[in-house]
Design a protein around this ligand. Structure first.
Ligand SMILES: Nc1ncnc2c1ncn2[C@@H]1O[C@H](COP(=O)(O)OP(=O)(O)O)[C@@H](O)[C@H]1O
Ligand SMILES: [Mg+2]
Length: 490
């Protein structure tokens, strides 16, 4: 059976108390009587010595003292002269023929001993009553004998009283003992129970509970150690968890990177496959002389040059993108008027607009909107977006560029008439190599990297950007934070 510490302690202390009480009881019953009689004997002897000391030959002079002593010891004193006359007590009347209280059955040897100055101490049974009497008999002077007697019955009665009394004391002590033991075990076990509770929580990796140290004893110290252990463990497990989380994140990142690399390689190979096959086919055609006329030859050469140009553009875009995505590309920032940059790009395109019969318009809230950015990279953004607009412009042939001021930002938007981008694909067009219509992209030489480059440049500028399908077309937009300029010409 498993007993709790509390029960064990309680029973131990109770047992100890009972043993002590039992021992006291045992010694009382067994030895208290004889010890008491011994003491009484000593007492009587010392009184007899006292009487011998004060006796100066005349018994009458010590009557009072003798009476006092009789009352003190609860016994009686007898003084007998050698002629048999009883000198004390004075009320003794031998003529009534009664056995006097001074009677003592002394043996001859005892008498010899007394007459030679010795003292006889004896317990004898009263010849008439069933009473035991303790007597001390000693010579008072050369012709007188002193007898001091005390009933042993009174002694035994005293012992019986003590024994009765002891039972009450034992019962009361036991009750008080049980209560004290109860309190004591509670005081001792309570902190241990609290320690145990904390330790159990710790075992379940719950370190939020602390032991409240109230004492400086061993248990208090144990509590402190437990708290320290808990803190250490909690810290270490936290660190471990953090390290573990980081490790998992790293693995996840590595996995994603690996996936991206694989996708990238497959995308690049895919992009290169068509131009390489075309170049190979047309070059072989040229070499094998399957064609004789110069026109066809020119056509073959043009295809080869065209495909080589596409490959070159792809490689340039890839290099750009890898630079921008490297994570340590730093922009070459300067303060300039974004309106001027937009005008400049549109000017460059004006022959193309004319040639393609495009209906261009530009709307500006203001002519001077200064931003802090990389002029070359932002030009690249504009060029990419305008190129895309031209590639998807549709039959209406409308292109609208706008620069709006919205609180502290310039919002540059480029709208082209044309087909919507399907809503379920609109978020993916910013991914590398993503094209909504692949065969169409191939016709205008698209690699699917343009918007990815745009996205990276704008992210480096901390700019918001986006695309939405609007009335009869598509609008791309991006924000640039405006800066205040004190009449300076940038
Ligand atoms: N102005 C636009 N109108 C409609 N679709 C567009 C427009 N701009 C981009 N897209 C779609 O987004 C895709 C990705 O664009 P981009 O990254 O520039 O690649 P690319 O121009 O080489 O095809 C395009 O293939 C096209 O499907
Ligand atoms: Mg493009």
């Amino acid at each position: 059976m498993r007993r709790s510490l509390k029960t064990k302690l309680f029973l131990s202390i109770l047992l100890l108390t009972s043993i002590i009480l039992g021992l006291v009881w045992f010694f009382n019953v067994k030895y208290l009587g004889s010890y008491y009689i011994e003491r009484k004997k000593d007492n009587l002897v010392s009184y007899s010595n006292h009487i011998k000391n004060i006796y100066k030959g005349d018994t009458r002079k010590i009557y009072d003292e003798l009476e006092r002593i009789e009352n003190l010891i609860g016994g009686n004193i007898t003084i007998v002269a050698s002629n048999g006359e009883i000198e004390y007590p004075i009320s003794y009347r031998p003529q009534y023929g009664r056995m006097g209280r001074g009677f003592i059955p002394i043996s001859k040897e005892d008498l010899k001993e007394i007459l030679s100055g010795g003292t006889v101490i004896k317990i004898f049974k009263h010849p008439k009553f069933d009473i035991r009497i303790l007597s001390v008999v000693t010579p008072l002077s050369s012709d007188k004998i002193l007898i001091i007697q005390s009933s042993v019955a009174s002694i035994e009665e005293g012992i019986d009283i003590i024994k009765d009394y002891y039972i009450y004391i034992a019962i009361i002590s036991l009750i008080i003992g049980i209560i004290l033991t109860f309190i004591l075990t509670k005081i001792i076990t309570e902190p241990i129970l609290r320690l145990n509770k904390v330790a159990r929580k710790m075992a379940n990796l719950d370190f939020s509970h602390k032991y409240n140290v109230v004492s400086t004893d061993e248990i208090g110290q144990l509590g402190e150690s437990l708290n320290y252990l808990s803190e250490k463990l909690s810290f270490t497990i936290d660190e471990l968890n953090k390290a573990n989380k980081k490790l998992r994140e790293d693995i996840e990142k590595e996995r994603r990177l690996d996936k991206m690399r694989k996708e990238f390689i497959s995308n690049v190979s895919h992009e290169l496959k068509t131009p390489i096959a075309l170049i190979k086919g047309y070059a072989e055609g040229l070499k094998d002389n399957v064609i004789d006329d110069i026109e066809s030859k020119n056509f073959y050469c043009e295809v080869i040059m065209d495909e080589a140009e596409k490959m070159s553009k792809l490689v340039k875009d890839l290099l750009d993108l890898s630079q921008l995505e490297s994570g340590h590309y730093s922009l070459n920032k300067e303060k300039f008027n974004i309106c001027n940059l937009v005008d400049k790009v549109l000017n460059k395109y004006s022959p193309i607009f004319k040639e393609k019969n495009i209906n261009v318009s530009i709307k500006k809230d203001d002519d001077k909107m200064y931003v802090n950015g990389d002029r070359v990279r932002l030009e690249q953004v504009l060029v990419n977006l305008i190129n895309n607009a031209l590639n998807h412009i549709g039959a209406e042939r409308v292109l609208e560029v706008a620069i709006r001021r919205l609180s502290n930002n310039a919002i540059i938007s480029i709208y082209n008439s044309g087909n919507f981008i399907p809503e379920d694909e609109i978020d993916r067009i910013w991914e590398s190599f993503y094209k909504v219509d692949k065969s169409r992209a191939r016709k205008y030489g698209g690699t699917g990297l343009g918007l990815s480059i745009v996205k990276n440049i704008l992210k480096l500028h901390n700019s918001n950007y986006g695309v939405r399908n609007v009335k009869n077309g598509v609008e791309f937009w991006f924000e640039l934070e405006l800066i205040s300029i004190d009449n300076k010409n940038y």
